[in-house]
Design a protein around this ligand. Structure first.
Ligand code: NAP
Length: 329
């Protein structure tokens, strides 16, 4: 079996560390791997498959080493600068930041939904926002069966979505230490504020969910709105979705489709998923499916996933696995 040379960019971060675990867990065919971060942690060590690797500082010559894939999770600015350098050397970049997601010629991919858009020419591929990934997996099923008309998201997002800084603010809150990263305390609290506010009153996180949902599902006119809330949970985002469809919804058909979906764990009746049920898991957990009594062809559902795995590292590695399987690299 062919093996691949991988660069992990942002290796010391929350997603970077999870890339390492997911590459190990999924036994990704790695021939060689090099770990990059900023000057701050160059020289530190990371553990991969039981061996210590020294972290290198990312610079313009980092991609001169004949990589097949570069898994980026080092923020938007780093991606904007270094992804084109990697791509110019023939490396396939899969990027976790929001920098490339809405660019017209860049594919934004959740493999279960739209891997068919990928071609051999895609050298920079964008991984979507974490809450969006876990939402479009069940939404795609609903759309195929009944056609989506309108989606309203309310999210309950874990602090690991902000990387180590968010996790530290929650941990410190237990000892009454004021937050450093968040504007308000997250311990024993929650706030409807993720990323910066826009002039129209939405936050950038909400706009990401709205725009990315349309792009991944290929529904440029879909009515979609979002309220994104940070909650004091370490890992696992939850999304409540209120969905209106074009056609009448056959609940038993939809239940069967969720039950048979290989990437969904479906919880029936009064059973439902929580963040504790998904920590370390690669699937999307769906429950609380019920008719919306206030709207014709309306339903409610609740989706929970590990935001650092399926919402980031796992989704990116699934994209790489798809490219390998389809001979697109
Ligand atoms: N956490 C999530 O659930 C999640 C989900 C989806 C997407 N993302 C996205 O993934 C990216 C990383 O998030 P994270 O949560 O892993 O953040 P994080 O824990 O703060 O880690 C950031 C990583 O980026 C590295 N880095 C920062 N500036 C760099 C530079 N100039 N050159 C090279 N490396 C640099 C850091 O290295 P140093 O150790 O040297 O500082 C660190 O390894 C962000 O774009 C984020 O929006 C995160």
């Amino acid at each position: 079996m062919k093996k691949y040379k991988i660069a992990v960019v942002g290796a010391t971060g929350m997603v970077g560390q999870t890339f390492i675990k997911v590459l190990e867990d999924r036994k990704f065919p790695v021939s060689e791997v090099v770990f990059f971060a900023s000057k701050r942690s160059a020289g530190s060590k990371v553990l991969f498959n039981g061996l210590d690797y020294v972290v290198e500082e990312l610079d313009e010559s980092s991609f001169d080493q004949g990589f097949d894939f570069a898994l980026f999770s080092a923020g938007g600015e780093t991606s904007l600068k270094f992804a084109p350098i990697a791509a110019s050397k023939g490396v396939v970049v899969i990027d976790n930041s929001s920098a490339w997601r809405m660019k017209e010629d860049i594919k934004l991919v959740v493999p279960e939904v739209n891997s068919h858009v990928l071609t051999k020419d895609d050298l920079i591929i964008a991984n979507p926002n974490c809450s969006t990934i876990q939402s479009v997996v069940p939404l795609h099923v609903i759309n195929e069966l009944f056609g989506l008309k309108r989606v309203i998201y309310s999210t309950y997002q874990a602090v690991s979505g902000s990387g180590y800084k968010g996790v530290m603010d929650l941990k410190n809150g237990y000892e009454n230490i004021a937050p450093v990263f968040y504007k308000k305390p997250i311990f024993d609290n929650c706030f409807p504020h993720i990323d910066d506010f826009l002039d129209n009153g939405y936050t950038k996180e909400e706009k990401k969910m709205m725009d990315e949902t349309r792009k991944i599902l290929g529904l440029s006119d879909l009515n979609v709105s979002a309220t994104c809330v940070r909650i004091p949970v370490t890992v696992g985002h939850s999304v409540s979705m209120n969905v209106e469809c074009i056609k009448p919804i056959d609940m038993s058909q939809l239940t069967t489709a969720f039950k048979n979906h290989k990437d969904i764990v479906f919880y029936e009746g009064t059973n439902y998923p929580t963040p504790k049920d998904v920590d370390g898991n690669d699937l999307v957990h769906v429950g609380r499916l019920r008719k919306d009594l206030s709207a014709e062809n309306g339903i409610h559902l609740w989706a929970v996933a590990d935001n650092v795995r399926k919402g980031a590292a796992t989704n990116a590695i699934q994209i790489a696995e798809y490219l390998i399987k389809e001979n697109l690299i």
